[in-house]
Design a protein around this ligand. Structure first.
Ligand code: ZN
Length: 226
């Protein structure tokens, strides 16, 4: 059975990715990060999702990106609220974590070598998050090329490692439909950048607003808000 590393944040997109990998027949190895983010609801969600979708393994790598800060997710910077679609669509948001996907994919690459995986699934999306430079297809292609130069298996030519981005051109509503069709349970997921002390989504950050818009466009209620 082919193995896949699935980067899992516990949100809608990575949950859909894991469900798709499983549906394609991969034995899945879910990988989450405790990177010094300001809340841990997402790690709890990731663990629930990995269990629900039958991941063969669930690992949390600890890497402290607070060493550099520079993002509202890793430093004491306010998370923007109530931004319009136009505001979200222009510029690179303060919730961008510098080089995050490069760092995450590098860890996934190391894990892939160890377990002999030939695919890495990452839920990047170039539609809703067009402001994130490390969500672009050009970045993913470049990383995949590098990965096959960097690894033992790449040199020995047994298998080619592929970086799979099944969501990259989908809208949020399309991602929701894809995930549901693949067996995802979105009631287990968490997307908010700035949850309340009780762990509830704030309903006002970019991530909450995009999630709400996605469910509205999909014609569905968000089961995590029930
Ligand atoms: Zn929020």
């Amino acid at each position: 059975m082919s193995r896949a590393i699935c980067l899992l944040s516990g949100g809608l997109d990575s949950t859909t990715c894991l469900a798709v990998a499983r549906q394609e027949g991969f034995e899945t190895y879910a990988l989450s990060f405790d990177y010094g983010q300001r809340h841990h609801q997402e790690l709890a969600a990731a663990e629930r999702v990995a269990a629900h979708l039958g991941a063969h393994a669930f690992r949390v790598a600890h890497i402290d990106l607070r060493a550099f800060g520079g993002s509202a997710l890793t430093a004491e910077i306010d998370v923007p609220k109530h931004r319009s679609a136009a505001e979200m669509g222009s510029g690179i948001p303060i919730t961008y974590v510098p080089a995050r996907n490069t760092i995450f994919l590098s860890f996934a690459l190391a894990y892939a070598e160890v377990v002999g995986a030939d695919a890495i699934f990452i839920g990047v999306n170039a539609v809703d998050y067009s402001g994130y430079p490390d969500c672009r297809p050009e970045f993913i292609h470049a990383f995949e090329h590098m990965a096959n130069l960097a690894t033992k298996t790449g040199v020995e030519g047994h298998t080619k490692l592929t970086i799979r981005t099944p969501l990259i051109t989908l809208t949020k509503a399309e991602i929701i439909h894809l995930g549901l069709a693949a067996g995802a349970d979105f009631s287990l997921t968490h997307s908010c950048y700035d949850p309340t002390p009780a762990g509830r989504p704030c309903g006002q950050c970019d991530s909450c607003l995009l999630r709400a818009k996605g469910f509205a466009e999909a014609g569905l209620a968000d089961p995590a808000l029930a």
